[in-house]
Design a protein around this ligand. Sequence first.
Ligand code: C5P
Length: 225
Amino acid sequence: MNHNPVFLALDLPRLDSAEALARKVAGHIGGIKLGLEFFCAHGHHGVHELHKLGLPIFLDLKLHDIPNTVAAAMQAIHVLEPAIVTVHAAGGRAMMEDAKAAAGENTKVVAVTVLTSLDDDDLTAIGVKADPAEQALRLADLAHSAGLDGIVCSGHEVGAIHKQWKDGYFVVPGLRPAEGGNGDQKRIVTPRQARDAGASVLVIGRPISRAEDPLAAAKAIEATL
Ligand code: C5P
C-alpha cells in the first residue's frame, strides 16, 4: 500500500472535537498536523492524546528566536517524537543549524519562508526589499544550506523548488480537491497535482474538517493519490 502523504490540519479549538475528528478519518490520512493554537491550548497533554491514534505528528510551531532558545525548545518537544517540526527561515542560519542539531534523528526540521499573509507592502514595511517570491527563494536556499530537511511551500512553487533541491522534503498546504467548489478554480492546486510536482507532505484542513462527511472527504482525497 502507498504511504499516504496527507497530514490532516487539526485546527479545532477543542481537544475532544479534534480527537473525534482524527479518530474518524485515521485510516485514510498519513498523519496529523497540530499548530501553535492547538499547542498553546493543549500542550504536551494534547499531543500525547492524539499520539494514541498511532499516526505521525507534525508540530507546526514555526519556531523563531535566538539559536539557543530554539534549540532548547526543540529539546523540550523531543519527548513528543514529532515527525516534522517547523521553524522560520528568517531566524537565520545559526538558528536553523542549531534547531536541526537539537532535533531527534527521526524528526524532519522544515523551514517556513515567507508567510502567505505577507504582501510586497508588508515586506517593505519590515525593511525587506525583495518581493515575496524572491524572498521565499532566498530563504529556501538558506534553509537548504543550513542543513534543514526541506521547506513549506505552495503547490504553485513546489515543482520549481523540487528541481533545485532534489532530495528536499516539501510540505505543501493550501490544497483543494478539484470538486471542492472553490470559487477561484484557476488558482487551486489539487492534492494530486502537488504530489506529482514533488510534495512530500500534503497539509489538508478544512476540505476534510469542514466537510459534511469528513470520512468520505478523506477517502475521496486518498483515492486521487
Ligand atoms: O486551508 P486548510 O484548512 O486546508 O489549511 C490547512 C493548514 O494549512 C492550516 O493549518 C493553515 O494554517 C495552513 N496553511 C498555510 N498556508 C497557506 C494556507 C494554509 O500554512 N497558504
